[in-house]
Design a protein around this ligand. Structure first.
Ligand code: ATP
Length: 235
């Protein structure tokens, strides 16, 4: 569904991505993992056209994104940091985002699901980090698109909300959606991902299933398998 071919990205003298080759399969959940600053968000932004690669190409459904941006309306995107103006109320930001894309939405269902009804008249700047993230999730998922990209969706969520998010994503998976996530919460990644792509030093260092990762690293625990990748790389 998505093919990254030899993606290079530099910020000044910082070579962040130095030849990323990666496929994202339709109907599967892929986790892009890697240490802080390894370029996960940058790669997502390149896919969304929010950042441009210095070299390389991205194909969505075999079409080069340079020539065709229409795929973006089939993507729901949760940014790592959503910068919404603080003086806007929750219900107002939801209405504004709805207006931007005149498509059917399931905002009411999601507001109820994340128990946001009592917060609809509260200004965004008055919300706690976890509630801001829940609003962010409603805004990102309300269009019910077939491809979901979630950059650190677990950020700030308490254990109950995290379970709710996992259950929601499992429903999305069952309905055949393609999901791309980044997260540093390994238990979350292990529970919902079919495929792991681990970025290190600008390249894809491991690409495969969790089972393959465990057998490659000879570790039975996912978190240790990831740590093992890093340890062996730096050994
Ligand atoms: N607009 C920018 N200008 C300059 N440098 C940038 C810019 N965006 C990202 N970078 C740099 O690119 C590198 C990769 O950043 P990115 O946010 O993609 O990493 P990440 O893997 O998502 O990190 P994290 O796990 O901490 O969220 C970092 O060194 C970051 O400082």
């Amino acid at each position: 569904m998505v093919e990254f071919k030899d993606i290079h990205k530099r910020f000044d003298k910082n070579d962040v991505l130095t030849g990323i080759h990666l496929s994202i399969q339709k109907g599967k959940t892929t986790a892009i993992l890697g240490p802080n600053g390894s370029g996960k968000t940058t790669l997502i932004k390149i896919l969304l056209g929010m950042s441009h690669a210095n070299k390389g190409e991205v194909f969505v459904d075999e079409s080069n994104i340079k020539n065709n941006w229409s795929y973006r309306k089939y993507i729901d995107y949760l940014p790592q940091i959503a910068n919404f103006p603080g003086n806007i109320k929750v219900k107002e930001i939801i209405a504004m985002i709805k207006d931007l894309r005149s498509q059917p939405t399931r905002d009411e269902e999601l507001i109820e699901y994340f128990e946001l009804t009592p917060y609809l008249n509260i200004k965004l700047s008055h919300l706690s980090g976890g509630y801001k993230q829940k609003v962010n999730l409603v805004l990102s998922l309300m269009f019910d698109s077939p491809f979901i990209i979630l950059d650190e969706p677990t950020s700030g969520l308490d254990p109950v909300s995290l379970i709710k998010l996992k259950e929601l994503l499992k429903k999305e998976q069952a309905s055949g959606k393609t999901i791309l996530i980044t997260s540093h919460i390994m238990s979350f990644v292990e529970e919902i991902s079919d495929h792991i792509s681990f970025i290190l030093d600008g390249k894809v260092y491991f690409d495969g299933s969790i089972k393959e990762l465990k057998s490659t690293t000879d570790e039975t625990h996912f978190e240790y398998a990831i740590a093992n990748l890093l340890k062996n790389h730096h050994a």
